[in-house]
Design a protein around this ligand. Structure first.
Ligand code: GRF
Length: 194
């Protein structure tokens, strides 16, 4: 069985969408763990609901960088997952971690990369910039994670229109809804080509 691990920091709606698709048999995979840097985030509640082990590993739990990296690598050692899924994980991954899982970490970003990616483009700031630039369309991108933020190989994208009068929040919600459909399908396609 294809094994995945998920890393998330926030509401966890993408994480939830993925574990629901697994539960319904649309995505043939097992989710072995959730790593979070925020022990009280929504993603943790979803993991608990589905009986998925949670590892809270952050600068607070592991103030020393070496101990922090070791804790992350230990989770990888324990489960030996085929693929790591970043689903709203808001902390840069250590280089050791990216190298260890090279080509096997996916991320979802709420813009049509390469536009609106990299430094400063996270959360609502992405959608603010899209609206300020009077873009006619936006969307989401699933890409491989490389050592450079938001620059790994693009695997899949979905487009949504930017409508007259959109606020960043309204646009964010339109994009997020599409992310939920895009991410699990991209994981399925990735697993199929391994
Ligand atoms: C999504 O917009 C995703 O593109 C970005 O972080 C957000 C996570 O949302 N990387 P959620 O926690 O899955 O609801």
């Amino acid at each position: 069985m294809f094994k995945i691990g998920v890393m998330a920091s926030g509401g966890g709606s993408n994480f939830k969408a993925i574990i629901e698709r697994i539960g319904e048999g649309d995505l043939e995979a097992q989710c072995k763990f959730l790593i979070t840097n925020n022990g009280t985030c929504g993603a943790v509640a979803h993991a608990e609901e589905y009986g998925i082990p949670v590892y809270h590993i952050s600068g607070k739990t592991h103030p020393e960088q070496a101990a922090y990296e070791t804790a992350l690598l230990e989770v990888l050692d324990r489960y030996n997952v085929d693929l790591l899924i970043l689903a709203g994980y808001m902390k840069a991954l250590p280089v050791s971690f990216v190298q260890r899982m090279a080509g096997r970490i996916l991320n979802i970003h709420p813009s049509l990369l390469p536009k609106y990616g990299g430094k400063g483009f996270w959360g609502i700031h992405v959608h603010e910039a899209v609206i300020a630039a009077h873009e006619k369309e936006s969307g989401a991108t699933v890409h491989l994670v490389s050592e450079k933020i938001d620059q790994g190989k693009i695997l899949a994208q979905v487009k949504v229109p930017v409508l007259e009068g959109d606020t960043p929040e309204v646009l964010a919600a339109r994009v997020l809804e599409q992310e939920h459909n895009l991410y699990w399908k991209t994981i399925r396609d990735y697993a199929a080509q391994l």
